[in-house]
Write a protein that binds this ligand. Structure first.
Ligand SMILES: [Zn+2]
Length: 156
């Protein structure tokens, strides 16, 4: 595996992580990062490759090597923390907007829920603002009430 293959793999792993774990930011990603690092570092040969290309070959020093009974355990532990830190660094580059674009979701301006794009109703006046199905229905109802009130006022 070349260095660019390795970092390509880090990038696609992070991209899939947003989708698979339905995350909103790297702050929610602790468990996901641990799981992904765990499944990546299964063989000593993989661990060696990670240690060749990582930007975080010192990440294990926070934890140390206590309990490692062999060289293979040493390199596996170092690789686990290195890989997790590489994923974290890549994930930290993503804004909420980028993450939501990949997940095809948006945040409703009224209820704040993260909602699939196919339930998206954009505000005509402000394209950045959008409502979910049910908030949109409430909004339409509220507009109708307001219009009726305005008409009442005009009559008076
Ligand atoms: Zn809503």
């Amino acid at each position: 595996m070349s260095r660019s293959d390795y970092w390509g793999d880090i990038e696609s792993t992070v991209k899939n992580m947003w989708l698979d774990y339905e995350l909103e930011s790297v702050d929610d990603a602790y468990d996901a990062l641990a799981e992904l690092a765990d499944s990546a570092v299964t063989y000593t040969s993989t661990a060696l490759e990670i240690m060749q290309h990582t930007d975080n070959d010192d990440a294990f020093t926070d934890v140390g090597l206590e309990g490692c009974g062999s060289w293979s355990e040493v390199v596996t532990r170092a690789a686990y923390f290195a890989y997790r830190a590489d994923l974290y660094d890549e994930a930290s580059k993503w804004s909420e907007e980028d993450i939501f674009a990949v997940r095809k979701v948006f945040r409703c301006m009224d209820c704040n829920d993260v909602t699939p794009d196919d339930e998206k109703h954009e505000d005509e006046e402000d394209a950045d603002q959008a409502r979910c199905d049910s908030c949109h229905a409430d909004w339409v109802e509220e507009l109708a009430v307001r219009e009726a009130e305005d008409e009442e006022e005009e009559k008076e």
